[in-house]
Design a protein around this ligand. Sequence first.
Ligand code: 6PG
Length: 503
Amino acid sequence: MSQANADIGLIGLAVMGQNLALNIADHGYTIAVYNRHYQRTREFIEHCERTEPARERILAHGDLAEFVRSIERPRRIVLLVKAGAATDAIIDQLVPLLDPGDLIVDGGNAHWLDTIRRERTLAAAGFRFIGSGVSGGEVGARFGPSLMPGGSPEAWQMLEPVWQAVAAKVDPDSGRPLDGSAPGRPVSGGVACTALIGPNGAGHYIKMVHNGIEYIDMQLISESYWLLKQLGGLEADAISSVFRDWNQGELSSYLIEITGDILQQKDPAGDGFLVDKVLDAAGQKGTGQWTAASALEQGIPANAIAEAVFARSLSALKEERVAASAVLEGPAIRRESDTARLVESVRHALYCAKICAYAQGFQLMAEAQRTYGWRLDFAAIARIWRGGCIIRASFLQKIAEAYTRNAELSNLMLDPYFRDALQNGQSHWRDAVALAVRNGLPVPAFGSALAYFDGYRSASLPANLLQAQRDYFGAHTYERTDRPRGSFFHLDWPVEDRREIES
Ligand code: 6PG
C-alpha cells in the first residue's frame, strides 16, 4: 500500500496536463499523476527522465485508487481532461475514493453552467470544487499560465499557494510579463496572474469571455493583414515588419507578436511564405460560440465578438465560397498608392475596434455577474490577463487602470483614456472600413465594431420606427419620447379613427 507522499495530484496527461504537472513540480511540489491510458503516463515519465530536473517530484500511478491514496489529505486534485462528459466521468470515478474536505480543480475549458452544477453537487457531498480557467496554451501551462479560478474561499485557500506559484508573473508597475523561465528554473518575483474570480462558475465564465475576446482579437488582426495584402499589395514579410513595428507601441501583445513571426515563416515544403499555403478555413472548438450565445441570451450587444465566430463559420464554407466566387461579382480591387497612409489607417482601425471588442467582453461579464449573482472585480480580471494568457497585451494594463479609476465604469469606451483613443483614431478607422467596403473586401470585425461604437454613442436610433412596426402588427406597444419611461401606448394603426391607448 502506497503512502501519502504527494502534495497534489493531476489527472489527464495530454500536453496541457503534462506541462502543468511539470510547472507544479518545478515549484517544489511533489505531484502524483494519473492518466486513463497508462501508456501515455509511461511516455511522459520517460520524457521526464531524459530532460526534466524536477523528475523526482513526479510520481506516476497506473491505478486511480492508488493515485488518490498517494496524495496528502485534505487532497488537491487537478483535472485536465476533455471538457464535458469526460470530466463528469472522472469525477464520478474519483468521488468514492475521496474524503470530505478534499478538493477537485477542473482546469479544462468547461461550460460555466456545468461548473455551477458540479460545484453544487460536490459541495452537497462534502467535497470542494474549483472550476479554473487555464490560458496560455502549452507554453503557458509549462512556464506560467493565466489562471482564473472560481469557487468558495475555503476551496481557494487550499489551491492558492500552488496557483500563485505556477501562474505567469508580471511586473507590478508596468504590467509587463516577466519572461525567462526554463525547466527547473521558474521566474521569481513579480505579481502572479491569478486571483479568485468569484464563486462556482465565475472562473470558467471569465475564461470563456477571454476566449471570445481571443476570437475577435485574432479576426481583427487577420482583417488588418488582409487589407495590407489586398489593398497595399504587400508580401507576407513586409506585413510581418508592419506587425513587428506595431508590437512596439500601444498594440503590443502576444497575438501581434506571433503574427509577426508567422508572416516571416517560409514554406518548409516549397517556395514562398507558409501563410500563403495555409488553407483559409478556420476551425473552432466552441468557447467563442458560447460567448456569443451568452451575449444573445443576456441581451448584451457583443456583436463584434459574435461576428468573429461567424467569420470563422463563413471561412469554413471553403468549397461553397469557391463556387460562389465564379457567380457573384464584386468591384475590382484598386491598390492604394499611399502605403504609409494605408498602414496608419489600418493600425488605428485595429486599435479602435479592439477597444470596442474589449468593451463588449467587459459589458458581458458585468451582465453575467447580475445574472449569476457574482461580484466581479474587473480591474483584477484585467490584471490577471496581463500575462500568461493568449490575449495578454500592454493594453490590459490600461484596462486595469480604467477599472481602478472607476470600478463601476459602465462601458470601457467611456473611460477618458479609451475615449481619447477612439476620438484620435476614428477617422482612420472609418477610412479603413470605407476602403474595404468600396473594394468588396469583407471586414466583419472592423465593421461591426464600428457599428457598435456609432450605435452606443447615438442618443437617437431608428428603433422608434422598429418599435412602431412591432406595435402595428403585434400590438407590442411603444413608449413616447414626450412621456416618462415605463408608460406604454398602443395605436389601432390600420383603422380610420386612430385612437392611442395607454396600457
Ligand atoms: C487559451 C486558449 C485555449 C485554446 C482555445 C482555442 O486560452 O489557452 O484559448 O483555451 O487554444 O480554446 O479555441 P478554438 O479551437 O475554438 O480556436
